[in-house]
Design a binder for this molecule. Sequence first.
Ligand SMILES: CC(C)(COP(=O)(O)OP(=O)(O)OC[C@H]1O[C@@H](n2cnc3c(N)ncnc32)[C@H](O)[C@@H]1OP(=O)(O)O)[C@@H](O)C(=O)NCCC(=O)NCCS
Length: 271
Amino acid sequence: MKIVDLDEHYLSLYLVCLEDWSDESKEAGRHKEIWYHRMKDKGLRVKLAFDDHGALGGMIQYIPIECSFVGGSDLYVINCIWVHGHSQGRGSFQHRGMGTALLEAAEVDARSLGAKGLVAWGLLIPVFMRASWFKKHGYRKVDRQGIRVLLWKPFASDAIPPQWLPSKGKPSLDPNKVTVTAFCNGWCPAQNLALERAKRASAESQFADKVVFREIDTFDRADILRLGIADALFVNNKEVRTGPPPSYEKIRKLIDKQAKKIRSPITGDGT
Ligand SMILES: CC(C)(COP(=O)(O)OP(=O)(O)OC[C@H]1O[C@@H](n2cnc3c(N)ncnc32)[C@H](O)[C@@H]1OP(=O)(O)O)[C@@H](O)C(=O)NCCC(=O)NCCS
């Protein structure tokens, strides 16, 4: 197995999280590409894992905490580690030590860059980014928001523990309309996919004059700090779970349900 830094040759594969076989990757738009070009000069690190036959099977990306969706300083945050696990396309590379090798390479790299520790996030439920996997690799839980856990591995005795940024509430709503709001940082194709589906569903002709779609760019750290949100989708005040991304039909139904509650100024009913 070989772990190498991302180079231009593999950029397009990295941008679709190695899922070049997936139509969903195309549906997710260009948000990650735009994010990559904005972030690459701000300390983004990407490593790729190749198996002994030279096949690309995994990736890890991490950024300085000061540019991330996590509070803290002098640490790096892993946005995402992904060892391709689908049978489609390049097939599954999981359970062969690739994830461990990627994580160890990121730790060595972060140390050499002078970071005082590496931070990971994970979920308490076994859907994706399992917190337990990081625990097995020596990461300790430091903060929790619902099922989202923040973990870290300090490298220095004076490292300060990271924390989740406080959520600052809900989006502002248009009166007498359904307001669909997508907060978008850009780094995650799954979040970008939810945004693109919500944008398309909001634009359906049956929702004309009833639905407004707002996309809020949260690339800048100042915006994340102000809003307390990096990536999220709301239909009015209700947050829609976006991991894994909801189907187009599910999002359309959520919008439709709210649209039916809007009273028409002409007929006085929901038509
Ligand atoms: C978590 C993840 C990165 C682990 O990658 P991996 O390459 O499968 O990890 P490893 O092979 O190093 O370790 C996994 C398991 O294989 C075992 N293992 C390690 N080397 C092994 C080997 N040579 N042979 C057999 N088993 C091995 C480990 O003990 C570990 O056991 P566990 O499943 O009980 O934890 C991977 O499963 C993944 O990408 N999951 C999805 C994460 C995700 O959703 N990311 C996107 C979020 S945006």
